[in-house]
Ligand binder design. Structure first.
Ligand code: PEP
Ligand code: MN
Length: 353
């Protein structure tokens, strides 16, 4: 339900509306507009009778909103969500590139790759400290040690860190280090985790579930938004279909589809979507051409020794060429690559560039 206040309403009339929403057991979200203030109502499982509000002083209209996601949809917010991460704006006009290894394997490996992706123009550094692996016998990540390595890499190269939070147990540790917390495809519907992510004050990158519809994905985003964290962005990483020529089927259709329905930034991960290095660059270019706000790409300088996802990792050279391509592509569609974050004092003194 969206309650529109009259142009000349009094403050106490707005407060009465908010009070009434709360007394019904729902949440009220005040949405200031250029002329009219609106109050969005969430927390209701069924339609609310608009007459409960229509007769209240200062109320112009009460409009039922039928979509199962509200805060993630365009009805509740004009314009686009822009998220600031260490000087980089996600979801704006500029194209943003997140790059790094699938997993943090050692300090040397992470620092080497961090330097390489920084040099090639990446904006954020990725690397998993906690890895969701299909096999319980596969490398599970370095855990807290991995987080320390990521912090050291950020201190040296000055790129903000994106890393996955696997469960509620490790949430505090990940939130203390990460600049962006990644929710992996397998956790897209871990609702308890999503609720807790709504209570922290760090951006969350929500990857699409292995077989999630657009509506399910936006409802998962809604879980985080409804708890009070507005800084959510989405990442398409391919879904399971009958097609078996690639690791997953990259659904680029979802980019404009999300943009029609939601103000949340949408990124594309061509690495997990294709599973093969030679296909990553074409699909990253396609994502930019489709209007994505950015891409996330896996890079490794010794992919033959990688502990996770080596076959889909670009070499630093290949990544450099991709950045050149993305630069040209962005210009061709009237955009540009985002400027790299300014180096911090710590990263300037330690920089090996
Ligand atoms: C990843 O980004 O390393 C990852 C595990 O991705 P996904 O959750 O999309 O499989
Ligand atoms: Mn990976």
């Amino acid at each position: 339900m969206l309650i529109l206040m009259e142009a000349g309403h009094e403050e106490k009339q707005l407060e009465a509306v908010i009070e009434k929403v709360r007394s019904l057991g729902f949440k009220a979200h005040v949405i200031p507009g250029a002329q009219n203030v609106a109050v969005g109502v969430t927390g209701n499982n069924a339609a609310i009778d608009p007459r409960l509000f229509e007769g209240m002083p200062g109320v112009a209209d009460a409009i039922p909103v039928t979509k199962p996601y509200k805060l993630a949809g365009r009805d509740f917010k004009r314009g686009e969500t822009e998220i600031r991460v260490g000087g980089v704006v996600l979801g704006g006009y500029d194209f943003v590139v997140i790059a790094g290894p699938c997993a943090v394997e050692s300090e040397e490996q992470t620092l080497r790759i961090a330097r390489a992706v920084k040099k090639a123009g990446a904006h954020l550094l990725r690397g998993g400290a906690y890895k969701p692996r299909t096999s319980p016998y596969a490398f599970q990540g370095l855990g807290e040690e991995g987080l320390k390595i990521l912090a050291a890499a950020r201190a040296e190269v000055g790129l903000p860190i994106v890393t996955e939070v696997l469960d509620q147990r490790s949430l505090d540790a990940v939130a203390a280090t990460a600049d962006v917390l990644q929710v992996g495809a397998r956790n897209m519907q871990n609702f308890a985790l999503l609720k807790d992510l709504g209570k922290i004050h760090k951006p969350v990158m929500l990857k699409r579930g292995l077989s999630a519809t657009l509506e399910e994905w936006l409802q998962s985003a809604e879980y985080i938004l409804a708890e009070g964290n507005p800084d959510v962005f989405l990442c398409e990483r391919g879904v399971r279909t009958f097609a078996d020529h690639a690791r997953n089927t990259l659904d680029l259709n979802v980019v404009p589809a999300i943009q029609e329905l939601s103000h949340l930034p949408i990124f594309v991960d061509p690495s997990h979507a294709t599973g093969l290095r030679r296909r990553v660059t074409p699909m990253a270019r396609a994502a930019a051409a489709a209007g994505a706000h950015g891409v996330m790409v896996e890079v490794h300088d010794q992919p033959q020794h990688a502990l996770c996802d080596g076959p889909q990792a670009l070499s630093p050279d290949e990544f450099g060429h991709l950045m050149d391509d993305l630069d040209k592509l962005c210009r061709a569609i009237g955009k540009q690559l985002a400027p790299q974050p300014a180096a911090t004092a710590a990263s300037r003194t330690k920089s090996h560039r």
